[in-house]
Design a protein around this ligand. Structure first.
Ligand SMILES: [Zn+2]
Length: 278
């Protein structure tokens, strides 16, 4: 099995982690930090960093949930593209390898409304955008829906082609408080990265896993809790991270982040917390 498709078992839940492709990011563009602080981390700020884009499937008896639905879709001159890199199987190829049919997925949870997390929600067929997971309820943070109202007025926007289509077909649910989906799967609001950002908790047979979305993009952010990407609401983000860390540590939970390769756990250190590979 390739590094781009990994599976693990959390109690009765089979977790498939599908990387739809690596991208590169210049952290100097993402973080507004004083020069002195950047100079202390040459490994992070000295060259572009490579990161995956994970979509996650949760399967088990009576359970088929997808967390995030991204498509590796960059124009040829996009700075995110890594020279010479060939992306792996796309989300649908990864699901097929995991023996999951899109029509069998019951619930799709979008951690937040940034394009790489939702641009595979619909497919263009004969000039019409159709739900890629036609039998699923789709869960989006209500505050992200509210924030995209202007984009939805443009019929050609990505938001209109995806969430707009799902909304019209009555397949979209808006979430603004913790929501239990059954089988130990729960959506928990964790705003900051976006106003409606949410994480997913899976609890089965005494084991706990979180799909944290973009609560953290890099392990360094766990160790430097005041670091925040430029587009985040820093106050909300710090509050979400603090609340989350306390719970995840208590539960000794496994963690999967969209853009962190290592499946990890939080661990206390002398100065705070870190993310250790599990
Ligand atoms: Zn992201």
């Amino acid at each position: 099995m390739s590094e781009d498709l990994r599976t693990l078992q959390v109690g009765a839940v089979t977790v498939s982690i599908i990387n739809i492709g690596d991208v590169q990011e210049d952290l100097n563009r993402m973080f507004d930090l004083p020069e002195a602080e950047r100079a202390g981390h040459p490994d992070l700020f000295g060259q572009p960093r490579r990161l995956p884009i994970h979509c996650i499937h949760l399967g088990g008896p009576g359970l088929s949930v997808l967390v995030d639905a991204g498509l590796y879709d960059y124009p040829p001159d996009a700075p995110q593209l890594i020279p010479g890199y060939q992306p792996p199987l796309d989300l649908f190829g990864g699901l097929a390898e995991s023996h999951v049919r899109p029509a069998d997925i019951q619930q799709v949870i979008i951690t937040h409304a940034h394009g790489d997390h939702f641009n595979a929600l619909t497919e263009l067929r004969d000039g019409e955008y159709l739900a890629a997971f036609p039998n699923a309820r789709h869960y989006l943070g209500r505050a992200d829906w509210d924030a995209m109202q202007k984009a939805l007025q443009d019929p050609d926007s990505l938001e209109s082609h995806t969430f707009g289509v799902l909304h019209k077909q009555n397949l979209l649910e808006l979430v603004d408080q913790p929501l239990d989906l059954g089988h130990g799967v729960q959506i928990i609001p964790a705003p900051g990265e976006s106003p409606g950002h949410q994480v997913v908790r899976i609890h089965s047979e005494g084991q706990t896993l979180y799909c944290v979305g973009d609560l953290y993009h890099f392990i360094a952010e766990v160790e430097q809790p005041t670091w925040a990407v430029k587009w985040t609401n820093a106050t909300a983000n710090q509050r979400s991270r603090a609340t989350f860390n306390e719970t995840a540590l208590k539960e000794n939970a496994l963690l999967i982040a969209t853009h962190i390769h290592e499946i990890g756990r939080l661990q206390r250190t002398n100065s705070g917390e870190t993310w250790v590979a599990a």
